[in-house]
Design a protein around this ligand. Structure first.
Ligand SMILES: [Mn+2]
Length: 378
């Protein structure tokens, strides 16, 4: 019997063959008791994607009375790096998986040159990589991925989040898994808009998750994952757990996180230096607490300023990075700014979208970078 998608869209139709191929590989791996390592970006979207796939697979395995072979780890950096692939190789080389061909599922990462070396290592050791991502795709050897699911491949864009794509894949693996609301949650978390978000919001609502509840859930998740030491049970309880306990967790974590976000926003407001629509903050000197992280902190100030000024721009300087939120003046984008800095300074690196991004530089260049950027945007 044909399984209906969670939300039918043109991009889904075009990606359908890839979804089916990935689902059949993963179901086959479960039947063969082969190791499956799920690797996801450590942000809200990444966690939604990771838990959706994990839950779908675990249920199938349990129903088959199979030995558990599925593991899931968040990635530290927003890329799949060689050190991650080395760790995954170690997981898969456990003697209990002897002669089983492993699968690594990379979620909310895996489409860019930053992931290439690690994918190459997997291929060298005959480990198949399934990539589910919504970042713009760099031209690299497509054979490094067994299956690549990304709306950019079929004329779509990043608004079809990794969490939404992963929920569709999870649905094909096991349509009974209660993970459908994670698609909309991933969209709320990554602040996307458009037809997919609208569609998945309706699906979430039918499953008892209003937009208001999803927003609260996102804030609780945002704070919980900032601890960087994951409690397996707690995360699952928060995202897919039993209703009453879930409500209590949302309240507790969203409430505590809110206090810290308010504190940070107060400090940023008082210490920002304004030049017209541009606010400059020395984020490195304004943080004593790890939450919210620099990018999120700059984003909070930006969201507040943008309510009064469409042209609001926030530049947050850390000891070796610059975080940007808002539209840069003089026709600049994060990408062109990176190019200009690269021409001027050593070891510049970074990325992002047009209205958000982070650029890294050498700590010794901080003042010179500040002067250079100030001149460019004035
Ligand atoms: Mn994402």
């Amino acid at each position: 019997m044909e399984i209906k998608p969670v939300f039918y869209s043109d991009a889904f139709k075009k990606l359908k063959g890839k979804f089916e191929e990935a689902a059949s590989i993963l179901k086959g791996a479960i039947d063969a008791s082969a190791p499956i390592v799920i690797r996801h970006h450590g942000d809200g979207d990444g966690y939604c994607a990771g838990i959706a796939i994990e839950q779908a697979l675990l249920e199938v395995q349990e129903n088959n009375y199979g030995r558990p072979t599925v593991t899931r780890y968040p990635l530290r950096a927003p890329k799949y790096e060689l050190c991650d692939a080395v760790a995954d190789l170690r997981t898969c080389s456990n003697p209990k998986f002897r002669n089983k061909r492993p699968i690594v599922v990379i979620l909310d990462n895996g489409s860019t040159t930053q992931d290439e070396a690690a994918l190459r290592l997997l291929k060298l050791y005959r480990i198949d990589a399934i990539v589910v991502d919504h970042h713009p795709i760099d031209k690299i050897d497509e054979t490094l991925r067994k299956v690549h699911i990304n709306a950019y491949l079929v004329g779509g864009n990043g608004d079809y989040t990794a969490g939404m794509l992963a929920v569709e894949l999870a649905n094909l693996i096991n349509s009974g898994a209660h993970v459908k609301h994670l698609a909309a949650l991933s969209g709320v978390s990554d602040k996307v808009s458009g037809e997919w978000l609208e569609g998945y919001l309706k699906v979430a609502e039918l499953n008892g998750y209003t937009l208001k509840k999803l927003q609260e859930l996102y804030l609780a998740l945002d704070y919980m994952i900032s601890f960087r030491m994951e409690s397996y049970q707690l995360l699952r309880d928060l995202l897919i757990g039993e209703h009453d306990n879930q409500e209590k967790l949302i309240k507790l974590f969203a409430g505590e996180g809110e206090k810290l976000r308010e504190d940070r926003l107060n400090v940023l407001r008082e210490n920002a230096k304004f030049k017209g629509s541009t606010a400059i903050v020395d984020i490195g000197a304004l943080m004593t607490n790890f939450y919210p992280a620099p990018g999120r902190s700059v984003g909070l100030l930006y969201q507040e300023l943008k309510k009064k000024d469409e042209k609001a721009l926030v530049l947050g300087y850390g000891p070796h990075f610059l975080t940007i939120r808002g539209i840069l003046p003089q026709g600049l984008t994060v990408t062109t700014l990176i190019e200009k800095l690269k021409a001027q300074f050593q070891n510049v690196d970074g990325g992002g979208h047009d209205v958000a991004g982070t650029i890294h530089f050498l700590p010794i260049d901080k003042e010179k970078v500040q002067t250079f950027v100030n001149k460019l945007i004035n």
